[in-house]
Design a binder for this molecule. Structure first.
Ligand SMILES: Cc1cc2nc3c(=O)[nH]c(=O)nc-3n(C[C@H](O)[C@H](O)[C@H](O)COP(=O)(O)OP(=O)(O)OC[C@H]3O[C@@H](n4cnc5c(N)ncnc54)[C@H](O)[C@@H]3O)c2cc1C
Length: 243
């Protein structure tokens, strides 16, 4: 079983898949638990390593934080067309070993089961906020050190930035907002007055180069349909309050 966080994680996954392919003398069967951006990336990585790949998603659609229901369906079709199997609405209850003690199968809450040789977890991150917890600083409801718009914690001598900071009620797992927070913290130390403007959380999925055009075209078409639907008959925008 692997987590998907660092270059070392990816190197270990590659070595394991290559070793298991030789030992088993057949294609390695892979599964990724978590159908967010990173889960889809990991599924693509497994495929590139020559393994089969199934994404097991707890929610009713892939990338549920980024796309609506229709977008999720379109995305599932695209991902399946790339040869990755998708299983939504599926909670994994247990991972069972085979008779040699290797990973053997996934057991699901709906009593389903899938045989696997390798499993990658891409189920999200938790801020490493233990130090702040231990010293009694305020922690967000879902973890992370609470900061104000100047990146200061409730102790004016302590700032928090990046993924560990709970800013405007959320921890943001992207590099650009983390860099903005770093700039604000430095500016404030130098006597400036900048504040966090809010995060642009738009995300760009990394698909194999050969399939990117198709992926973006279909998602863009879906977005166009959704916008046209919102405009209503005659192309005019619906008035506020109309249904
Ligand atoms: C596989 C993967 C792909 C990603 N791809 C993208 C992408 O394409 N675009 C994007 O915007 N974001 C991406 N992200 C998210 C992005 O990596 C993070 O948002 C970003 O790294 C957060 O930066 P950070 O400095 O807050 O935390 P980190 O990069 O996690 O750095 C924190 C560091 O602090 C160290 N540390 C922890 N506790 C202590 C302690 N007590 N004392 C000292 N050191 C400590 C850790 O070892 C670590 O080195 C990706 C994340 C992953 C896992």
């Amino acid at each position: 079983m692997f987590v998907y966080r660092t270059i070392d994680d990816v190197a270990a996954l590659r070595i394991y898949v290559e070793r298991r392919r030789k030992e088993l003398g057949r294609t390695v069967r892979g599964a990724v638990i978590g159908g967010g951006l990173l889960g889809l990336e990991a599924a693509g990585a497994l495929q590139e390593l020559g393994a089969t790949s199934t994404v097991i998603q707890f929610s009713d659609r892939l990338m549920n934080l980024q796309v609506d229901e229709g977008g999720g369906q379109a995305l599932s079709r695209l991902i399946e067309n790339m040869g990755v199997k998708v299983r939504c609405n599926t909670a994994t209850d247990a991972i069972k070993p085979d008779k040699h003690g290797h990973v053997g199968s996934l057991k699901f809450a709906d009593k389903g089961e899938q045989v696997v040789d390798v499993v990658v977890f891409a189920t999200g991150v938790r801020p490493r906020d233990e130090l702040a917890r231990d010293m009694g600083l305020e922690i967000g409801a879902r973890g992370g050190i609470v900061v104000d718009d100047t990146c200061l914690t409730e102790d004016p001598a302590i700032s928090a930035i990046g993924e560990v900071a709970c800013i405007q009620g959320a921890c943001i797992g992207l590099i650009a907002p983390g860099n903005t927070m770093a700039e604000i913290a430095v500016d404030r130390l130098l006597g400036g007055s900048s504040t966090f403007p809010g995060a642009d959380t738009a995300a760009k999925a990394k698909a194999p180069r050969s399939r990117r055009g198709e992926l973006w075209r279909r998602l863009r078409d879906h977005a166009r349909c959704a916008r046209a639907h919102l405009r209503g008959p005659g192309g005019g925008r619906l008035q506020e309050g109309s249904s």
